[in-house]
Design a protein around this ligand. Structure first.
Ligand code: AHR
Length: 531
């Protein structure tokens, strides 16, 4: 069992790019350097993707209220939620699940609303699934927020034929019976399906398959589930197929990645894939999950230590992928990530309702930074989940809506979408709490398409501010300004009564002689641009 300090070390080295041998006494001033003339991979905007499953109030009430609702809506979809999500420039939304997807039949969700089948949602509380939100409603929602569709097809209880028919229904331009049915249901033009997930957690809720069994399913689905949209027949518009990948980093998971990637390397003309998924939730103990509110510094430090495992997990699977795919053709798609806490007391069993605190803002920034540092392989990710479920962006209560600290981090990070990674160097020492030692500071830099330099800093230390002294090369800096997000306590939250307890505030740094001086508040996330 590695010591706690050792556990934190690989992350620290990756972050700092410098050698640190033991948890150091926290420095008040941290020297930092960035050279904007040195660039790395593009940070794919798809790493800011989201996940919306038929689960709890994620869809119903959260985004779908129906056209007859008093809550302002457009064709049944909440206007307040759409406006908030548009500001995030959500690149893609994964739907309809999750575990839900592997029991879903698409036909239940098309046709006149009054005639739709009413079914059950056995995965998530056993509640009635009215199917009033189906394919057309989802595509309308994605369109309203300006996002691409990432559909998960049913490999668990479905068949390749069902999935193939769904794709024909969605994408055929020629007047096939299914395309005519789509037109009769209100959408004559073929839909664009940008991403296709072939199953979900097929090693668990998706049918508890062995890697070899799943592989044979993957081959059949990849061959038969065709996208006919004429606009999607050429690169870069082709639909990307994402295979089920690992859910951890023990031997069971490395065997899964090995099996799929080895088969892919030796593939025949008749099947292919473009992505491999990875699921990783931040949970310290599944049997006794941490609380999402009313916790202290110990729980703060434990959760953040646990979330940094994402880096090791990605590195482990990326190394296997490199063996079989050195050209990095296959994207690693972290299509379920985020904090999973105990359900809020009194909330519905199976609805996965939790609060979202300043700890989650820090957690989100640390994970986004990890994805950015692995941008050559991690080209898509989906936080779980979008609204009212797990680490949500948005929480709703009837006509009320609040934005969570995680939402604010995603909004502050918008400039990093499709920006080019710029390496940084610094040694921030460690924040220590009891036996836990975490890199005190995390940071990434990137250049946007206009050539502007952006810096994102996270001060993990909940007690001490940090003075950054940054030397800026490769850029003529005159000023630096942006936003910072902090909170009175590690467990501060936004509520329906006090929705703006945690909200970004303007911040600026002093630039003089090619150096930037910037103060980072304790437990804060700061994003600035250098002008
Ligand atoms: O996000 C909640 C659930 O977590 C998903 O349905 C499943 O894929 C995962 O286990």
């Amino acid at each position: 069992m590695p010591s706690l300090a050792k556990r934190a070390m690989p992350i620290a080295l990756a972050v700092l790019g410098a050698v640190a041998t033991a948890p150091a006494i926290a420095a008040e001033k941290i020297e930092f350097s960035v050279d904007a003339s040195k660039t790395g991979a593009k940070i794919d905007r798809n790493i800011f993707g989201q996940f919306a499953e038929h689960l709890g109030y994620g869809i119903y009430e959260g985004l779908w209220v129906g056209p007859d609702s008093k809550i302002p809506n457009t064709r049944g979809i909440r206007n307040d939620v759409v406006a908030a999500l548009k500001a995030l420039k959500v690149p893609n939304v994964r739907w309809p699940g999750g575990c839900f997807a592997d029991e879903y039949h698409w036909r239940k969700g098309v046709g006149p609303a009054a005639e739709r089948a009413v079914s059950l949602n056995p995965n998530w509380g056993g509640v009635i699934e009215p199917n009033t939100f189906g394919l057309h409603e989802f595509m309308d929602f994605a369109d309203q927020i300006g996002s691409e569709a990432y559909l998960s097809v049913n490999v668990g209880s479905g068949t390749p034929r069902e999935a193939a028919e769904w794709l024909e229904y969605m994408t055929a331009a020629q007047p096939t019976t299914l395309a005519k049915e789509r037109a009769a249901n209100g959408h004559p033009a073929p839909y664009k399906v940008a991403y296709l997930g072939i199953g979900n957690e097929s090693w668990d809720c998706g049918g508890n398959m062995t890697p070899d069994y799943y592989l044979s399913q993957l081959k059949a689905y990849s061959r038969f589930v065709r996208n006919f949209n004429p606009a999607q027949q050429q690169d870069p518009h082709r639909m990307l197929r994402i295979a089920v990948g690992p859910g951890g980093d023990g031997p069971r998971w490395t065997e899964w990645t090995e099996t799929i990637m080895k088969a892919w390397q030796g593939r025949s003309w008749s099947w292919d894939m473009e992505g491999l998924s990875l699921h990783n939730y931040t949970v310290v103990n599944w049997e006794q999950k941490h609380k999402s509110v009313g916790f202290g510094e110990t729980e703060y430090a434990e959760i953040l230590r646990s979330t940094l495992d994402m880096d090791r997990l990605i590195a482990t699977h990326a190394a296997i992928m490199d063996k079989y795919d050195p050209e990095k053709k296959i994207a690693l798609v972290v299509d379920e990530w985020g904090a999973w806490y105990a359900k809020l007391p009194g909330s519905h069993e199976g609805f996965l309702i939790q609060q979202n605190s300043q700890r989650d803002a820090i957690l989100a920034a640390l994970n986004l930074n990890i994805f950015a540092r692995h941008a050559d392989r991690v080209r898509m990710a989906n936080i779980a989940q979008m609204i009212n479920v797990l680490q949500a962006m948005i929480m709703t209560d009837k006509e009320k809506m609040i934005l969570t600290p995680t939402y604010h981090v995603f909004k502050m990070y918008v400039p990093f979408q499709d920006a080019t990674f710029v390496p940084v160097a610094f040694n921030g020492g460690f924040y220590t709490h009891g036996r836990i030692a975490l890199p005190r500071i995390d940071a990434i830099a990137a250049k946007d398409k206009a050539g502007k330099l952006w810096l994102a800093f996270t001060n993990v230390d909940p007690n001490q501010p940090v003075e950054i002294e940054a030397s800026l090369a490769g850029v003529t800096a005159k000023s630096a300004a942006g936003e910072t997000l902090t909170a009175p306590k590690v467990d501060s939250v936004n509520t329906f009564e006090a929705p703006d307890t945690i909200a970004p505030k303007p911040v600026s740094g002093k630039v003089q002689g090619g150096k930037l001086a910037l103060t980072l508040a304790p437990k804060s996330v700061t994003v600035i641009s250098v002008e």
